[in-house]
Design a protein around this ligand. Structure first.
Ligand code: DNO
Ligand code: MN
Length: 361
């Protein structure tokens, strides 16, 4: 596996690249042009600027996370063709900088959703927390108002500049079913995958986080059956998956290690993180260690190893520890610890494999 770390860009990330480079075995960054609005073309000069920054620190920029999809594409509006054309141009531009994988998601309106960004653990660390009953009882429009008053909420999708569009967006999604969303995803992929294949960039959809509907919005990337359907929409290796253990794994019916075994040849990128579930839909993100959460990280890494996985991996969200100032979910210290845990499992599997080989041969 090739280890990368999410990087929000110079001036936008609290961690300088030279610190990232000090993490053992880190090969690259999963980056994005966060200032380019969804739907617009990513310009070549900005991409080559990233190339220079990454190169000068000996890191690759093979993985982009994410090129976000304009809502008109998810909604299936006539204007989608223009945005899809822009997406195709962005793919070509990214190919010229050597990008290999594009992670994206097809979640309406929001990316990940949580109810507390700083939930305290017994040891004083904090992490992202999801309380299902709160989400079920929230009137999203009321929340929009509250956030507009106290501009202090930093979850993806709820950015202050986006609040004024949220009311309208919710209206637009009224009557859009999961089947509609599938049709819109198929339409998108049929236009995108041929160009991705031509330019040798693998598309890797990220699952819904959490893997169930929120605020009555349709969500279609929640479990094994959904992945099978996705891969069949356009049956081409360039149409693949970002296997996010923490997104799928908070539904106890999703056995993430089994998913790895079934879909390994179409997993282009893996996000690995743990969470502790409480059986009622609530969950809290924990350290990566298997015994700290409910998701069997050891089994997932073992499955990747046994499948001969050579794709990209990153530790996903981490806790906020050691009083670090960072964006929620993206503490450097805990993600660094996470990487070392993943390497620990991986290296011992590699070693055990070699030793077995010596014994039997
Ligand atoms: C959480 C993160 C996501 C991811 C996007 C990709 O699990 O990995 O926010 O970056 O969904 O589009
Ligand atoms: Mn993820």
């Amino acid at each position: 596996m090739k280890m990368v770390l999410r990087w929000f860009g110079e001036g936008n990330d609290q961690v300088p690249l030279h610190h990232m480079k000090q993490i053992p075995g880190l090969e690259g960054v999963a980056w994005a042009l966060h200032d380019i609005p969804a739907g617009e073309v990513w310009p070549l000069d900005k991409i080559s600027e990233i190339r220079k920054q990454a190169d000068s620190h000996g890191l690759n920029m093979d993985v982009v996370e994410s090129v976000n999809i304009h809502e008109d594409i998810k909604l299936g509006l006539p204007t989608r063709d223009k945005y899809i054309e822009n997406y195709r141009t962005t793919i070509k531009n990214l190919a010229s900088a050597g990008v290999k994988v594009i992670c994206y998601n097809f979640m309406p309106v929001f990316d990940w959703v949580r109810t507390d960004l700083y939930k305290e653990h017994e040891d004083g660390s904090t992490s992202l927390f999801f309380e299902k009953s709160i989400i079920e009882n929230i009137d999203p429009m009321k929340l929009v108002k509250e956030i507009s008053l106290n501009k202090n909420y930093s979850m993806p999708g709820w950015e202050p500049e986006r609040l004024k569009y949220l009311t309208e967006l919710f209206k637009q999604y009224e009557g859009i079913t999961e089947e509609d969303l599938w049709d819109h995803l198929q339409y998108f992929l049929e236009k995108i995958i041929p160009i991705a294949a031509q330019y040798d960039i693998k598309m890797a959809i990220h699952p819904d986080d959490p893997p169930f509907s929120v605020f009555g919005l349709p969500r279609i990337m929640k479990n094994k059956a959904d992945i099978r359907r996705l891969l069949g929409l356009v049956d081409n290796p360039y149409n693949g998956l970002t296997l996010c253990s923490g997104s799928f794994g908070v539904n106890a019916d999703n056995n993430v290690a089994e998913m790895v075994r079934e879909f390994s040849d179409r997993i282009h990128f893996a996000h690995i993180r743990n969470a502790k579930t409480f059986g009622n839909g609530d969950f809290i993100e924990t350290s990566h260690r298997t015994s700290d959460g409910t998701i069997d990280i050891y089994e997932i890494v073992k499955a990747l190893h046994e499948e001969g996985f050579t794709g990209y991996v990153r530790p996903d969200h981490g806790r906020q520890i050691w009083d670090e100032e960072c964006r929620p979910g993206y503490g450097f210290y805990d993600r660094g610890l996470g990487i070392m845990y993943l390497w620990g499992i991986w290296d011992s599997l590699v070693r055990a494999g070699k030793e077995t080989y010596h014994v039997t041969n």
